[in-house]
Design a protein around this ligand. Sequence first.
Ligand code: OAD
Ligand code: ZN
Length: 260
Amino acid sequence: MSTDSNRIESVASIIKESRGIVSLTGAGISTSAGIPDFRSPEEGLWAKDPSKMMLFTDVGFAGNPKGFYEFGREILPGFQNARPTLAHRFLSRLEQEDSFGLKCVITQNIDGLHQKAGSKNVIEMHGGLSTGRCTSRTCPKEFGLEDIIRRVEEGELPPLCPECGAVIRPDIVLFGEELPGGAYQRAVEYLKHCDLLLVMGSSLVVYPVADMPEVAMGHGARLIIINLQPTQYDSRADAAIRLPLDEVAEKLMETLGMAV
Ligand code: OAD
Ligand code: ZN
């Protein structure tokens, strides 16, 4: 048996033994759905063009919303059309089947694919792309993703609020902004009480999320990491698997007796 198969068997055993599982996911779980991640060497958005990251800061967006939406025009339709991957479906099944105790998914992703896959308890650390809002503090107007995409595709760069004329922004967290109210505290409560943290598809470099394995391990949880690139926690993990997530999810589902 290869080392990879051994590791997958061992991950399946740990999952079976665990009663309180929390999963922490990042952009790598959605790459096979056609949504690029940020730091993969060839295809990652920031790896390809580090200057784009500036547009996703509070200051960068405020200073150049047109540039933000020009970039958005290229990537937004991919989000709209994406379907959950096998790995998303695997997590949803771990939550639904009582014999596996998955308590919640903490995600850095804004694509809503966990919810589309049927996961119920999802904590979005960086907000969600399905809705947007007016940037004027005094204007309560909200927008759906379809509306924002339609405006952008019609060349409205940046899209403006029809009520007050201020720029519309997606409900995502930009670098430099606070996390959505209570998300971090809620996530930490789950991390303190879980017995297994299952990290899937994150480089674990963006804080405060990058501290979450530390929090869980500090409270006695085991750690499994499934990620193509190495992470700062691999040497301390109970298992670290560097294979494509869908391949691992498929083998885990087979081993755990779930229909694929
Ligand atoms: P990253 O792009 O930093 O990391 C994604 C990880 O997934 C990489 O280490 C890849 O090797 C791995 N990966 C990609 N495809 C995979 C596959 N099919 N199977 C297994 N692993 C795969 O993405 P995040 O860690 O999510 O924040 O990034 C964290 C935050 O940085 C994002 O939420 C975003 C970004 O800037 C904000 O914009 C605030
Ligand atoms: Zn407005």
